[in-house]
Design a protein around this ligand. Structure first.
Ligand code: B12
Length: 373
C-alpha cells in the first residue's frame, strides 16, 4: 500500500485536523479531571462535568479554526464516552446504519473490503475477516469467521465488532438480517463501476473516521486511471468473453464493475446481459466468437485454471479464441471491487494491447498496485 496513505491514515496532526482537535480535547479532559480529583470527593462529579463542558466548548472553538466543524459535530469530539456515541449513516444499499463513534473494531465479510481497509492503512481496526480474505498476506493472520456467504454468527458476535462490513455483490441479505437481530451494525457497499469503487472506498474511510485516508487513496487511484486512459486512447477495444465460472458458463452483465474494468483495460464484453452474472450457453458464445477469453487466476478450486485442458473440451474447442490460444489470465484482483482492481486492469491492458506498453512507446508506467506487506 502507498506509504503516504498509511501516513495520512494514522494521521500526523497536520494532515488530519479532526485528530488534532480530538487529541486536544482528550488532553484537556484528562488534565481537568486530574486537577479535580485532588479536590473533595463531593465536588468530583461537578468538576468532571464542568471539565467536560469546557472541553466541548473548547472543541467547538477549535473546529471552525480547522474548518472541520461538521466533522467534529459528527464525531462528537470531547463528548460522552466513545461507546455511547453514535451517528446514523446511509450505506450503499440505502439502509440506515447506526455507527458507533469512534469505530474501533471491524469485521470484514468480503476480500474486497479487507483489501480496502489495508489500502487505506486502517487495518488495525480489523479484528476478523473471512477465510477468503487472503490479500495482503497479513490479512490471513486475522481471526477467521468462516466464508463470505456462510459466516459464523457466533464467531462474529464473539469479536464484539462495532461494525461489520458487507458487500451486496457477494454477501447474503440473510447475513445482514441475522446481524440486525443480534444488534450488530452492518454497513454494505455496492459499487458497480470503477468510479463507484473509488467513491465507495473513500466513503468507507469517512464512515470509519478517517476521511483524509480516503481522499489520498482516491486521488492516487484516479491518477492511475488517467495514465492508463491516455495510453489506450488510440487502441480499438478487443471483444472478449470474461469467464467467471466454467461449469456452468457464467459471465458478466453490462452493469457490473468487471464490465467497467474491461472497458478501462481496452476491452468490451461480447455479453450484453442486464443480469449481473448471467449463465450462458457455449453455442451462444460460438455465435458471438470473442477475440479473447479472459480468466481470473483464481475464483475457486471449482473453476478450471488449466486453460489448455479447457481448450480440449467439447464446445469450448469450437471457439476461435480457444483454437488460437487467445487467453488472457489475470490476477483474481479483477474479481474484487477494491483498490487492487486497478492493477488487474493494467495487467489485462498489457496482455490485450502489448504494442502500447513496449518500452519504446511507454511514456510512464502506471504506478505499482496499492498494496502493503
Ligand atoms: C458470480 C460469482 C461471483 C461474482 C459476484 C458475486 C455474486 N453476486 O454472487 C464475482 C465475480 C464478483 C465474484 C467474486 C468472488 N467470489 Co464468487 N461466485 C460467483 C458464483 C459463480 C455465482 C454466484 C451467483 O450466482 N450469484 C448470483 C446471486 C446469488 O447473487 P446476486 O444476484 O448478487 O444476489 C444476492 C445479493 O444481491 C444479495 N443481496 C440482496 N440484497 C442484499 C442487500 C444487502 C445489504 C446484502 C449484503 C446482500 C444482498 O442476496 C442475493 C442472494 O444471495 C459463485 C459460485 C456458484 N456457482 O454459485 C461464486 C462464489 C459465490 N464466489 C466465491 C468466492 C470465494 C469469490 C471470491 C472471494 C473469489 C476471489 N478469490 O476473489 C470473490 C470475492 C469478491 C469480493 N467482493 O471480495 C465463493 C463463496 C464461498 C463462500 N462460502 O463464501 C462461491 C460460492 C464460489 C465457491 N464455491 O467457492 N463471485
Amino acid at each position: 500500500m502507498p506509504q503516504f496513505a498509511k501516513l495520512l491514515a494514522r494521521g500526523s496532526c497536520a494532515s488530519c485536523p479532526t485528530k488534532l482537535a480530538g487529541h486536544f480535547c482528550f488532553a484537556a479532559v484528562a488534565k481537568e479531571t486530574q486537577n479535580c480529583c485532588q479536590g473533595v470527593g463531593a465536588t468530583l462529579k461537578i468538576c468532571v462535568t464542568s471539565a467536560l463542558l469546557r472541553s466541548v466548548v473548547f472543541a467547538a472553538m477549535l473546529c471552525p479554526i480547522f474548518g472541520v466543524a461538521q466533522l467534529c459535530a459528527n464525531q462528537n469530539v470531547g463528548s460522552a464516552p466513545a461507546k455511547e456515541s453514535f451517528r446514523t449513516v446511509q450505506d450503499e444499499t440505502g439502509r440506515s446504519v447506526r455507527v458507533p463513534v469512534p469505530v474501533r473494531r471491524v469485521v470484514s465479510l468480503a476480500p474486497s473490503l479487507t483489501e480496502s481497509l489495508y489500502a487505506l492503512g486502517m487495518d488495525d481496526l480489523l479484528v476478523g475477516d473471512t477465510s477468503y480474505c487472503d490479500y495482503p498476506p497479513a490479512a490471513m493472520q486475522k481471526h477467521k469467521v468462516g466464508g463470505a456467504t456462510n459466516p459464523s454468527l457466533e464467531e462474529i458476535a464473539a469479536l464484539r465488532p462495532d461494525l461489520v462490513l458487507v458487500t451486496k455483490s457477494l454477501n447474503r441479505l440473510e447475513t445482514v438480517q441475522q446481524l440486525d437481530r443480534l444488534g450488530i451494525a452492518a454497513y454494505a457497499t455496492d459499487p458497480h463501476t470503477i468510479d463507484e469503487i473509488r467513491s465507495s472506498v473513500h466513503r468507507l474511510a469517512e464512515v470509519l473516521g478517517n476521511p483524509a485516508a480516503g481522499e489520498a487513496l482516491d486521488a492516487n487511484l484516479l491518477q492511475q486511471e488517467d495514465l492508463l486512459r491516455k495510453k489506450l486512447q488510440n487502441s480499438a477495444p478487443k471483444r472478449v468473453l470474461f469467464v467467471v465460472w466454467t461449469d456452468p458458463l457464467i459471465s458478466i452483465g453490462k452493469h457490473t464493475f468487471i464490465a467497467d474494468a474491461l472497458a478501462h483495460a481496452g476491452a468490451t464484453s461480447v455479453v450484453e446481459s442486464s443480469r449481473d452474472w448471467p449463465q450462458l450457453s457455449l453455442e451462444e458464445m460460438v455465435r458471438l466468437q470473442p477475440e479473447f477469453l479472459v480468466f481470473a487466476s483464481g475464483h475457486s478450486e471449482a473453476v478450471s485454471r488449466d486453460v489448455e485442458a479447457l481448450a480440449k473440451r467439447p464446445g469450448w474447442d469450437a471457439l476461435e479464441a480457444v483454437k488460437r490460444r487467445k487467453f488472457a489470465v489475470i490476477s483474481d484482483a479483477v474479481n474484487r471491487p477494491a483498490p487492487r482492481l486497478f492493477s488487474a486492469i493494467d495487467e489485462l491492458a498489457r496482455q490485450l494491447h502489448p504494442e502500447v506498453f513496449n518500452e519504446k512507446n511507454e511514456v510512464s508506467r502506471v504506478s505499482a498496485p496499492v498494496e502493503k506487506n
